[in-house]
Write a protein that binds this ligand. Structure first.
Ligand code: FES
Length: 117
């Protein structure tokens, strides 16, 4: 088992490879919900459906490493479930504390959710 150290960063963050990865169908993520997306190489993303618009960010809170896919959504903000830091899923900016998370472009084609990594 790999030990977790938040200071070492997000070891599950996808590497930027210029690829578009199909991760599911639109109906797999209900409106105003988040989901964890696990890529074939073990990398993870947090995917959100906000009123029919899809957004993807890294699945790692920069405070202590909580999975942001499990956070509470309020509009375009996701609140980390561990200590309440909030991030704008459109920009990755933390709204009340220092820190950002990486964002990934989401494309919907023929009902499929595709993420550019
Ligand atoms: S781990 Fe996210 S706010 Fe602490």
């Amino acid at each position: 088992m790999q030990s977790f150290n938040p200071k070492s960063g997000n070891f599950k963050k996808p590497k930027r490879e210029g690829q578009t990865v199909t991760v599911g169908r639109v109906e797999d993520v209900p409106p105003n919900r988040g989901a964890t997306v696990e890529l074939l190489n073990g990398a993870q993303l947090a995917l959100y459906n906000i009123a029919g618009e899809f957004y993807a960010i890294e699945n790692f809170c920069p405070h202590k490493g909580a999975p942001l896919a499990d956070g509470h959504l309020c509009g375009h903000l996701v609140e980390c479930g561990w200590h309440g830091w909030r991030f704008d899923v459109r920009t990755g900016e933390c709204v009340a504390n220092r820190g950002t998370v990486e964002t990934y472009e989401v494309v919907i084609e023929d009902g499929l959710i595709k993420i550019r990594v």
